[in-house]
Ligand binder design. Structure first.
Ligand code: NAP
Length: 244
């Protein structure tokens, strides 16, 4: 099969921020991109419009990936509309911060369901067609918080550490089918999620600035490319030297 003509790329949580930049970048590499969103249909349509204006192919696809039944429904729709999902970027993520003694079950579960369990369910579903096609790229958007302490984010840290561990093991399971599963771990990136984060944080970054969504998308672009066929089960950190 001609992968880019007959298959598609799914980016979860692509209505703004890092996911939107990833969608634009994969479309610029000729992938037909499903721009997933939960509630921000306007944002998703804007991203689709930008992609089409640049000569690319994309469509918006609503699904709350934290819903246990979402992955099956989403993939069935996508397969009918755009063919097999050959590239999956698990980007949808939320935070609900609080120090551990005060973290309630709802904040714990919401973050774990969205950032980790949803990625498990979409990956499990995507691997079906990837294994059939003997090609696939899964990229999980983790965080440096999955690798080092960040007080007030025990739930978020656990979700991202889990996502990194999940990435490594699934990569080892499917590598012989020419499928790669990697993670990208951004540091501080300027998006709605990090609005209001002060100068103190910036001083901790050797680059002395936040990253841009496009700088994260460039890492994803590499991991999805043919050139990255032998890069598997790794975590690519993009943090301006913060964890160096
Ligand atoms: P953002 O600006 O808050 O955007 C989050 C996106 O995820 C939105 O499009 C949102 O769509 C979508 N989303 C949230 N829950 C969803 C769900 N249940 N189903 C489907 N879509 C959902 O966040 P961001 O900063 O771009 O972050 C993107 C990813 O990078 C996240 O996984 C985040 O943890 C990770 N990350 C970010 C940073 C940073 O500094 N910004 C650093 C490290 C890692 P709706 O508005 O429609 O809900």
């Amino acid at each position: 099969m001609n992968r880019k003509a007959d298959g598609c790329a799914l980016v979860t949580g692509a209505s703004r921020g890092i996911g939107a930049a990833i969608a634009r970048t994969l479309a610029a590499d000729s992938w037909l991109v499903a721009v997933n969103y939960r509630s921000d249909s306007e944002g998703a349509e804007r991203v689709v419009g930008e992609i089409e204006a640049a000569g690319g192919r994309a469509f918006a696809q609503q699904a709350d990936v934290a819903e246990p039944s979402a992955a099956d429904e989403l993939f069935t729709d996508l397969e009918e509309r755009a063919g097999p999902v050959l590239v999956l970027v698990n980007n949808a993520g939320v935070r609900a911060d609080g120090l551990s003694p005060q973290l309630d079950d709802e904040s714990w579960n919401r973050v774990l369901e969205t950032n980790l369990s949803a990625a498990f369910r979409t990956t499990r579903r995507a691997l079906r067609s990837m294994m059939r096609e003997r090609f696939g790229r899964v990229v999980n958007i983790a965080s440096i918080v999955g690798q080092r302490a960040n007080p007030g984010q025990a739930n978020y840290a656990a979700s991202k550490a889990g996502l990194i561990a999940f990435t490594h093991t699934v990569a080892a399971e499917v590598a012989r089918r020419s499928i790669t599963v990697n993670a990208v771990a951004p540091g501080l990136v300027e998006t709605e999620m990090t609005e209001g984060i002060g100068d103190e944080m910036l001083r901790a970054i050797p680059a002395r600035r936040a990253g841009t969504p496009e700088e994260v998308a460039a890492c994803v672009r590499f991991l999805v490319s043919e050139e990255a066929s032998y890069v598997n089960g790794t975590t690519l950190t993009v943090d301006g030297g913060m964890t160096a």
